[in-house]
Design a protein around this ligand. Structure first.
Ligand code: DUC
Ligand code: ZN
Ligand code: ZN
Length: 512
């Protein structure tokens, strides 16, 4: 009997810290050997002149989800995971999204069922928490965290989702005591509302005014406030979809002062600008997301943030809506910038875009690319050891990249249901030609080889951001913060001395 089910032979293997020539041997879905000259296997892949990289982890994508504006996105767990796989991603962490009237256990059960039936690659969930009432804070949140949903997203804007600062503190306190990572959508709601109302009152309805209403100052202010709230509680925080120089500098400064703050950015903030929202007619709606694409100066700041570790996570924020009445244009030609669905597709092109413009264009090393698209996500979201690295004992999730393959992007070659791509016509260098998930070849010869429902739910552990041995212990955090969560109405400020004495330390994210 062969020692391996699969051997990938003669490739250049990359991790977040090194690149070396080796074969990779797989048995029962797990990497069991990394060395030159491995014995023959049932299935062999010739990877000479190819790069063997960890499968991507896309830790921010919206799948079969009702948005904050009440619009259903257009990809289900099948189409989204197929598209992800074709782009070299082997794990996704989308959202189980609570809206205010929904019970958290029902929300989680509903998303779990739909994903179980359809996903072709492995997946976890973050919870979106819109109603942090007593039941949510004291019963439901601790329960879902125990079930392996160890991160949650909260919003500082959107009428139907946003939490006020008092609620954010409640959530951060539970996150500290229960060891969950809070992700925050940081934009100042009242700035956006005030600007949008004034713009609309003056008849400015076109998509480009979305970028005017979502001023970078709104992002910078909310980013600073979110960091302040997390420092008050003494718990790490992750700011999602960071777009503007001001927010990036705020995060960098806070980190330099010792704050345990992490941040994510996405392709749209590297490859698009607000000018894309100013296209013919309503076509700008195709580029409308929140925060919006900014300008060249912010693009430069995003590249610098990816390079210096201020932005260690590169996700897609895939939020696909069609350019028609079901998504971008609910009122047809009369749709204002306030009414169009916010979000862009990107789950399939996230890695090829960064590979081409980052690695092949000489802005990032291959190791940095691996860290930004895979390893750092595993560390941040409790998957270290199982996902995000080509290492013995990890799930055999990798992609064989051809660094010389040239691809011109068209919507028709992609596998999501959006019907357009913001990156139409872009020329890319490098492509993931073979994609392996838990030892199964799921994409080869531009063909899918995975069954609907063959992806597995990932019960995630605690984020490395929270579990560092040098940080506060779980027991210490529980003891210190239980009191804050349960505190009565009176004199809450005086209780802040109960917060942990030391800030948790940062995980060893490999992109610095
Ligand atoms: N926030 C997201 O995270 N995704 C899409 C739109 C939004 O506001
Ligand atoms: Zn958001
Ligand atoms: Zn999102």
């Amino acid at each position: 009997m062969e020692e391996f089910d699969l051997v990938v032979r003669d490739g250049w293997v990359a991790t977040a810290s090194e690149v070396f020539a080796a074969d990779v041997g797989v048995r029962d879905g797990v990497i069991t050997a990394i060395a030159k000259g491995l014995l023959r296997a049932k299935r062999e892949i010739n990877a000479s002149e190819r790069w063997v990289l960890p499968g991507g982890i896309d830790s921010h994508c919206h799948v079969e989800q009702l948005s904050g504006m009440g619009i259903m996105c257009v990809d289900d767990f099948y189409s989204a995971t197929v598209a992800a796989a074709f782009g070299g991603t082997t794990t996704i962490i989308p959202f189980a999204a609570q809206h205010r009237e929904m019970k958290i256990p029902d929300v989680v059960a509903d998303y779990a069922k739909r994903a179980r039936e359809k996903a072709v690659i492995d997946y976890g969930f973050h919870l979106i928490l819109a109603n942090p009432d007593e039941t949510a804070l004291n019963i439901d949140l601790p329960a879902v965290i125990r079930e392996g949903i160890t991160s949650l997203k909260v919003y500082m804007t959107y009428d139907k989702l946003r939490l006020d600062d008092h609620q954010l503190l409640d959530v951060l306190a539970v996150a500290a005591s229960e060891q969950a990572l809070v992700m925050v959508h940081a934009e100042n709601h009242d700035i956006i509302r005030w600007l949008a109302n004034r713009l609309l009152a003056r008849g400015h309805k076109a998509p480009k005014f979305h970028a005017v209403a979502h001023d970078p100052i709104a992002e910078g202010e909310a980013t600073n406030r979110a960091i302040a709230l997390s420092r008050l509680i003494g718990v790490p925080l992750l700011i999602v979809h960071v777009s503007a120089r001001e927010a990036i500098e705020t995060i960098r400064n806070a980190k330099q002062r010792g704050a345990a703050v992490y941040a994510e950015t996405c392709p749209q903030y590297l490859f698009l600008t607000a000018d894309d929202l100013d296209r013919n007619g309503l076509e700008g709606a195709m580029y409308c997301c929140s925060p919006p694409p900014r300008d060249k100066d912010s693009q430069d700041a995003v590249w610098a943030g990816l390079k210096d570790g201020t932005l260690p996570i590169f996700s897609s924020d895939h939020a696909p809506y069609r350019f028609d009445k079901t998504g971008k244009l609910p009122k047809g030609d009369a749709t204002t910038f306030k009414e169009m669905a916010n979000g862009l597709p990107g789950i399939e092109l996230r890695m090829p875009l960064l590979f081409s413009e980052g690695v092949m264009a000489g802005r990032l090393s291959l190791q940095e690319f691996v860290a930004l698209t895979s390893t750092n996500h595993a560390s941040m979201y409790g998957l270290t050891g199982r996902k995000g690295a080509i290492t013995i004992g990890a799930d055999a999730d990798f992609a064989v990249w051809n660094p010389n393959r040239e691809v011109t992007v068209t919507a028709s070659m992609l596998h999501d249901n959006t019907g357009y791509t913001p990156y139409e016509g872009r020329k890319l260098k490098g492509w993931p030609e073979i994609v392996v998930s838990r030892g199964r070849v799921v994409v080869e010869n531009n063909t899918l080889h995975a069954e609907r429902g063959s992806g597995q739910f990932l019960k995630r552990g605690t984020s490395d951001a929270l579990s560092s041995p040098e940080g506060i212990s779980v027991a210490e955090a529980r003891e210190a913060l239980r009191g804050l969560v349960d505190v009565g109405m009176e004199d809450e400020r005086s209780q802040t001395s109960l917060r942990p004495r030391r800030s948790p330390t940062r995980p060893t994210l490999t992109c610095r």
